[in-house]
Design a protein around this ligand. Structure first.
Ligand code: IVH
Length: 670
């Protein structure tokens, strides 16, 4: 069979599979039997296995084998299920511990609970009055899918706990996974064991979940109504007594050196284990310390995942594409001859940035080593120069934006006194086609407006059809026209209408974040929103050139202000705010303002005893206060520590601002 013919057959089968996926998962109306469906899937996988060049993104071999079924109910986790930041080497670990010391303002011996990081699917089980009442997948961390019945088929999960000391209400978290030897029996149907577990967990019928033997290992808790243990290791011990499986490899270690030695030993041992592990998790063992350390926006400060080294393979670079991101960054991506790395077919690999290509002298036609670690995008590690053909040209990075033709620049960083490694299109905003499309994808994404039904592909399609060019266009869509488009029907259009309608009620900080301005992440958006209170105020501030006023907010600096100024220097970008204000029902952001420091502003000067700046700032915020970085009439208290800045104290005196000590501040908290 020639390649073109194979490609044609393969494409037909993929199209067929997509149709049945939609019928099964979205419409819950399958028209073929499960075995016919499995047969089709196997045929696709077999074709791919024999022919490397067949690798459609919708292949059942890619990513998670099953799309989350819309037929599952949503479940709001009582405490968010966050992810972990990663460490790859000793330096990352030292930095992790240094940040802990800085936050706690002291160097101390820290005890870590060390646990293998099983590569499965996390789940959260809620127990009330000794009974398992619900079980959910992680989802986006805040909302998961309710998969209680499927989880109940797992024998490791206790359904009832007949012990008096069991907490009245608790969310128990852990990993659902499939053992290696079980995976071997079904490996033809899935890319890897994780996909098999994920697919099995999301079956519509729990009887199907039962068919694939799943396991559960417990390792943490979310909500708990009465915590009567002090350490993570005590909790793991309790879990075992309550009847949960915990990992027999769990261990307590006391220093970075011990962690590194253990990691090294474990890395070779991992292949003998009966389940896939992709690293070790280190958690500060003391739970009170964990509470003090808290979280950054998406991961805890008190834990880190130390990954094992990645799988790699050699392949040839066919081309270098330049992708343009939401904030204008030009990112080179190597298109490579598809290669199987650890069970996943890889056809694209990141080249990071212009400097990286120069440094490694990467050329089109080179044979390169590509590495893939966990879910991280595969990247090019090195060029095999011994295999380089003589006539290969050096790669010239474009100096103009490949999308809109505007000039590009590498920004100069005043702090590091270096030019940025990343080149950016100067036309940041909605004027550059690629940037605009990426901004729109961000606007509708889960973390932003979360418009279900308007995925990335739909945005691309609607852009090409001139239906959406700016965020405001989303709210003026012509649904009659959409219903006539290929792939759309009455039901899907109604769902889209509904989710767009739902997204119109939005908090001010979320809308500021959604616009996708560089350097304005969700935390900065909250700070701004807390200060401006309404979108019309923001428009006023922009029009009156008063964005510099935000410099007084602790957390907003020159970088953010320059970015805001650049974005709003274009009238069309201000117009977006004006239009959105008309269409949306924007609620101003209210961080729970009932604490003792409600409506009070603070500034700290000098060193405080036993507490870091970061921790005191977060304590003030937890108690509903705000910290400012400048002295102004808006400041209520100047907290003076050891060796304060004289000018700040003088300014505070002259403006009549109350000057207090660390003890006075403590009394205010009480
Ligand atoms: S603790 C906030 N402990 O790793 C802390 N996670 O990137 C959350 N995982 O989604 C997780 N083994 O699926 C924790 N012993 C362990 C773990 C573990 C595997 C997974 C879990 C989570 C991901 C975090």
């Amino acid at each position: 069979m020639n390649d073109d013919y194979l490609k044609k057959i393969y494409k037909q089968k993929i199209k067929e599979l997509k149709k049945h996926n939609e019928l099964y998962y979205d419409k819950s109306k399958p028209i073929i039997s499960d075995s016919e469906y499995d047969k089709l899937k196997n045929e696709i996988i077999k074709l791919e296995k024999k022919n490397n060049f067949l690798n459609d993104i919708s292949s059942p071999n890619k990513s998670v084998g099953f799309k989350p079924s819309k037929s599952f109910q949503k479940y709001q986790h009582k405490v968010s299920m966050l992810s972990l930041s990663n460490a790859f080497d000793e330096e990352d670990l030292k930095n992790f511990e240094k940040k802990i010391f800085n936050y706690l303002n002291k160097k101390a011996d820290i005890e870590y609970s060390v646990e293998p990081k099983i590569d499965g699917i996390s789940a959260s089980l809620t127990y009330k009055n000794n009974k398992l009442i619900s079980g959910a997948s992680r989802g986006d961390g805040k909302t998961g899918e309710l998969i209680t019945e499927n989880l109940k088929t797992i024998k490791d999960i206790p359904k009832k706990i007949n012990l008096d000391n069991f907490t009245k209400e608790i969310e128990i978290r852990g990993e659902v996974f499939i053992k290696k030897k079980e995976f071997l029996k079904i490996k033809d149907n899935f890319a890897n064991a994780r996909n098999a577990a994920s697919g099995s967990l999301r079956q519509k019928n729990p009887e199907d979940t039962k068919k694939i033997p799943l396991n559960f290992i417990a390792y943490s808790f979310g909500y708990i109504d009465n915590r009567n243990f002090k350490k993570q290791s005590d909790f793991l011990y309790q879990l075992k007594k309550w009847g949960f499986k915990t990992n027999s490899e769990n261990i307590i270690l006391k220093s970075i050196n011990e962690l590194i030695a253990f990691h090294k030993k474990f890395e070779s041992k991992r292949f003998n284990l009966d389940y896939d592990v992709d690293g070790l998790v280190y958690k500060v063992n003391d739970l009170d310390l964990q509470t003090r350390l808290g979280f950054t926006s998406n991961s805890p400060r008190w834990a880190i995942a130390h990954k094992f080294s990645a799988d790699s393979a050699n392949t040839k670079i066919i081309n270098i594409d330049i992708q343009i991101g939401r904030t204008g960054a030009l990112t080179p991506v190597a298109k490579v001859e598809p290669v199987n790395i650890g069970g996943v077919i890889v056809a694209n690999a990141s080249l990071h940035n212009e400097d990286e290509i120069k440094r490694k002298d990467i050329r089109i036609g080179d044979i390169v080593k590509i590495e893939r670690a966990g879910d991280v995008i595969p990247h090019v590690i090195e060029v095999d120069k011994s295999k380089r053909l003589k006539n290969l040209q050096k790669f010239t990075f474009p100096s103009k934006c490949p999308s809109c033709g505007s000039d590009t620049i590498k920004e100069y960083n005043k702090t590091t006194k270096k030019y940025d490694a990343v080149r950016r299109c100067l036309n940041d905003g909605f004027g550059c086609e690629r940037i605009a499309i990426e901004k729109l994808k961000h606007f509708i994404s889960k973390e932003a407006l979360n418009i279900d039904g308007l995925g990335k592909k739909v945005i691309e399609k609607f852009w090409n059809l001139n239906l959406i060019k700016k965020p405001q266009d989303i709210f003026k869509l012509n649904f009659n026209l959409i219903q006539k488009l290929d792939g759309w029907g009455e039901q899907s259009v109604n769902n889209l209408k509904l989710s767009i309608e739902k997204s119109k009620k939005v908090s001010l900080h979320r809308i500021i974040y959604s616009i996708g301005i560089r350097h304005i992440g969700i935390e900065n958006a909250k700070l701004l929103s807390d200060n401006i209170k309404s979108i019309s105020n923001l428009i006023e501030i922009i029009k009156k050139n008063k964005l510099d006023n935000f410099l007084s907010l602790d957390g907003i600096g020159e970088t953010q202000i320059t970015s805001l100024k650049r974005f709003f220097s274009k009238q069309s970008n201000i117009q977006i705010l004006i239009e959105l204000e008309k269409i949306l029902n924007i609620e101003s952001y209210q961080s729970i303002k009932n604490g003792a420091l409600k409506n009070k502003t603070f500034m700290i000067t000098g060193k405080l005893e036993g507490i870091s700046r970061a921790e005191i700032k977060s304590l003030i915020e937890k108690n509903s206060g705000t910290t400012l970085s400048n002295i102004s009439k808006n400041l209520n208290y100047l907290v003076v520590g050891n060796k304060p800045t004289k000018r700040k104290v003088d300014d505070a005196i002259s403006l009549g601002i109350k000057i207090i000590s660390q003890d006075d501040l403590k009394k205010l908290f009480d």
